[in-house]
Design a protein around this ligand. Structure first.
Ligand SMILES: [Zn+2]
Length: 358
């Protein structure tokens, strides 16, 4: 089978897209959007059968604001799906997603990025599950009530908190996947010890290739796989390539800084914002083949049954060269084929591995 047919035929799943953020800005995903990385038309063009929309809340929000924000993001996602019944449908399990593919529809799953919206209340966790949330990334870039994040210098709990242990137990009971992306190494090991089910890293790369605390060490990859879990490789260029990251981070900091000012006062800061953005985007980006380098690395460590893709589209400022949006996904199949992966192996990587855990 040629790579195009194989890509179309395979079940392709992306475990992490921040597109609900775009919905909050009022975007219509039924139209072909010129900005951002994702819309329902490009999803179809890219042969993407299922995507997890990240219900992301910033660690800076107070608890009630985080809960409200999560509810708004879920509601906007429902609206967008309902407005496009000819293109997509919601899904909450593997069977529904496979059924949707048969009908020619893309599946939209919900994943929650940062457990802050459940506050310190397991009943909220249950309600989010009932609304369709099928994984929860325990933290984002701030230590929360559940566990320590990999980002801050100071630890709060030295891993999972006592409440976090209850959360993992309840997630196991409900059948909500525990996502270890973003959490600290100590939290990661506490989760592995505490969870009775396989856990996932929905958007993480390999630290052996690109040294960053957001990426997983070889030992972590082996331990996660040993537990039956799956690592979904992130497309974010600074997580793929260390020498790119070195040049990128200072430009990205400057960009975040001016973006905040620009949002408050667009007239005054427009010109400076455009200039900084242009500089950041001008940096030569790693090729899409480097995504496959991370996949290869994981396959060499733990075999082909523990890896997939979690693009982080619409949550990243830059993309790899050749993977500028969801419509470009077939290049992954092309490159896997070129490197000698069998059809069966490619199907596992593109989606079946993650589907197995749902
Ligand atoms: Zn993330």
């Amino acid at each position: 089978m040629g790579f195009k047919n194989l890509h179309q035929d395979a079940f392709v799943l992306d475990s992490h897209c921040d597109t609900p953020l775009v919905l909050m800005e009022g975007a219509d995903l039924g139209k072909r959007l010129r900005k951002g990385h994702f819309d329902f038309n490009r999803m179809k063009e890219g042969g993407l059968d299922a995507v997890f929309f990240a219900i992301y809340t910033s660690g800076k929000l107070d608890p009630d604001a985080a809960t409200r924000r999560a509810l708004q993001l879920i509601s906007r996602t429902y609206d967008a799906v309902e407005a496009n019944p000819d293109k997509v449908a919601l899904a909450s399990c593997a069977e529904e997603a496979l059924e949707n593919k048969k009908k020619g529809l893309g599946s939209i799953f919900l994943g929650m990025e940062n457990g802050a919206p459940i506050q310190k209340d397991l009943s909220l966790l249950r309600l989010f599950y009932d609304m369709g949330v099928r994984y929860m990334t325990l933290s984002h870039a701030v230590n929360n009530e559940i566990c320590d994040s990999c980002a801050p210098k100071e630890e709060r709990w030295n891993g999972l908190s006592p409440f976090g242990r209850e959360v993992v137990k309840e997630m196991n009971r409900l059948g909500m996947l525990v996502d270890v992306s973003h959490i600290s190494d100590k939290s990661f090991y506490d989760v592995l010890e505490c969870s009775k089910r396989a856990v996932v890293a929905t958007h993480s790369c390999c630290r052996a290739i690109a040294d960053h605390p957001r990426n997983l060490t070889d030992q972590m990859i082996m331990d996660l796989a040993n537990n039956g879990g799956v690592i979904q490789v992130n497309f974010y260029p600074p997580f793929l390539n260390s020498s790119y990251a070195e040049k990128f981070w200072p430009l990205c900091d400057a960009f975040d800084n001016i973006q905040e000012k620009f949002r408050k006062n667009p007239v005054k800061y427009r010109e400076e914002f455009r200039k900084v953005e242009k500089e950041m985007l001008a940096l030569p980006r790693p090729s899409y083949t480097e995504v496959i380098d991370h996949i290869d690395h994981i396959v060499k460590l733990v075999g082909v049954r523990h890896v997939g893709i979690g693009s982080d589209y619409d949550g990243i400022e830059v993309t790899p060269e050749g993977l500028e949006g969801v419509d470009k996904l077939p290049v992954i199949t092309k490159e896997l084929k070129r490197r000698g992966y069998t059809e069966e192996e490619i199907r596992l990587i593109l989606g079946e591995n993650f589907l197995r855990l749902l």
